[in-house]
Design a protein. Structure first.
Lengths: 122, 383
């Protein structure tokens, strides 16, 4: 049992969630067992919009293995006021303040969240 | 029970700093420890306490047996990696002040280049996550340089700091290392052009020469009471202030979930505590030893500790105020980039040398030295 089990179980189903304290309503991410505002242990899943802006980014060269292709790491400020580490779909350079939205991708049999730049249609 | 500022660093010791020590980490710890004990004018039998990092692989009891210390009354470890470097001295001083121990040995030793390299990815990223993906490693944040670069980007973005600005710090650190015989980069200064020609590690934040070294080596210190230190042979180095600050929402790696990761609120808090404890202020400091696993930390900490106003570190450094002869010489040993990366402990020993007047790059009439590892810091004083 890990504190982020519920988060990754939701990602497996194509959903991005945070925690919402059942006593004071505070949203939290990353997942933690207790509410730092009211010390309640009671919480529920709170579905996130998956929309936000790039807060910081970098191109991770040869991640993990020297022959792996580069990945673009994003820090995304979500509309709900939470910040999440993710990847830029398709890689390449990003930009601070760039509006983005979430999607889900399969890598080596696992589901991961990633973000795309918003276009007119999105 | 003594006030914390009635404690002292009575001895320092270190091994050679290399890329391949050819000996075990325990041997490095034992060599550095013995050097520190002898430097203090003590014998191993005088040591009755030990402090090291939670990260250290050397077992206290093995080191005790190797050194021939008959009995210890106190053994404790400090968390939070390099940001807790000064916390190890804080813990030793607290033991002495409380009466729990009389002569506390503080040590940190590793083969961090020839053994397990901190700078290399240690997690398999996507491929290792046969279990559900758990951490930010899975998204490509698999080295310290990448993990911290997101933080640095916000600082650099906010204040318009360029990689060339960072290079001006590195040039001065390497200048100091060039005249420090213990430094790995002894007699090897660089120019800003050399810095700018070094390869990107995380573009556009960090080049190779912005990164600290990976080093093999050990450093040790002996902490005792001020009264006891007066009877020992070395010039007095009083711990005039020792503090830590750990704020809710922080993280020593993925410190991304606070309002502005470009700030260093723990460092601000730590210096506030230190000024209060010591009755001193930034203008009283004759030099500063600043933990820099990567060059941007020097800029952030100069500002967070109040040596510069926010955003002004780049101009302070550009005008060479941090070089020997400047307003606040910084990292006179060459820093973790220039001397060695012994997890910040070699910056504390340089602080001690400055107070003693025995640094290879001695600051004239140095009386108060600020030593910081971010979440913990010290003021070392001659009186």
């Amino acid at each position: 049992m890990r504190d982020d089990d519920a988060f990754w179980a939701a990602v497996d189903e194509g959903r991005l969630i945070a925690q919402r304290c059942l006593d004071c309503g505070t949203l939290r991410y990353p997942l933690l067992p207790m509410c730092g505002h009211c010390q309640s242990l009671a919480w529920e899943e709170h579905p996130l919009s998956g929309r936000g802006q790039v807060y910081a980014w970098l191109v991770s060269q040869h991640p993990t293995k020297a022959d792996d292709s580069p990945r673009t790491v994003l820090l995304v400020d979500l509309a709900e006021g939470l910040r999440i580490v993710s990847n830029l779909a398709g890689g390449g350079p990003a930009e601070i303040g760039m509006p983005v939205h979430v999607s889900f991708t399969q890598v080596e049999g696992r589901t991961f969240h990633q973000f795309h730049p918003d276009t007119k249609d999105s | 029970m003594l006030p914390l500022n009635r404690t002292a660093i009575a001895g320092i010791g270190q091994t050679s700093f290399s890329k391949a020590s050819g000996r075990s980490e325990l041997q490095l710890a034992a060599e550095a420890s013995l050097a520190a004990i002898r430097d203090a004018g003590l014998r191993p039998a005088d040591i009755d306490g030990m402090v090291t990092f939670t990260h250290d692989t050397n077992d206290e009891l093995q080191l005790q047996t190797a050194l021939g210390i008959p009995e210890m009354l106190w053994a404790i470890r400090t968390p939070l990696g390099g940001s807790g470097a000064c916390a190890s001295i804080h813990a030793a001083a607290a033991a002495v002040a409380s009466g729990a121990a009389n002569h506390v040995l503080v040590y940190r030793a590793f083969n961090e280049r020839s053994g397990r390299r901190f700078g290399q990815p240690t997690n398999g990223g996507f491929s290792e996550t046969s279990l559900p993906p758990r951490t930010n490693f899975s998204f490509g944040l698999d080295t310290a340089a990448k993990i911290y670069a997101l933080w640095y980007q916000r600082y650099m973005h906010h204040y318009g700091v360029t990689n060339e600005d960072l290079g001006r710090y590195v040039v001065i650190a390497r200048e100091h290392a060039a005249t420090n015989p213990a430094a790995w980069f002894y007699q090897r200064p660089i120019t800003l052009a050399d810095h700018q020609a070094s390869r990107w590690i995380v573009e556009p934040m960090l080049r190779l020469l912005d990164c600290c070294q990976e080093s093999d080596g050990g450093v040790a210190l002996v902490v005792t009471s001020l009264e006891r230190a007066r009877d020992l042979p070395q010039r007095l180095v009083r711990i005039a202030g020792a503090s830590q600050s750990h704020l809710a929402g922080g993280d020593i790696l993925f410190d991304y979930h606070r309002a502005d990761p470009g700030e260093y609120p723990e460092a601000k808090a730590v210096s506030t505590h230190l000024w209060r404890q010591s009755g001193l202020g930034p203008a009283d400091m004759d030099a500063a030893m600043i933990y820099e696993n990567f060059s941007p930390v020097v800029f952030m900490l100069l500002e967070a500790h109040g040596f510069c106003k926010p955003g002004e570190a780049k101009d302070f450094i550009k005008s060479r105020e941090i070089a020997l002869g400047g307003q606040l010489p910084v990292n006179t040993h060459g820093g973790l980039l220039g001397e060695a990366y012994i997890h910040g402990m070699n910056s504390i020993t340089e602080g001690v040398r400055q107070v003693r007047g025995s640094s290879p790059n001695q600051v004239k009439d140095a009386r108060n030295i600020f030593v910081t590892s971010g979440r913990s810091a010290l003021i070392l004083s001659s009186d």
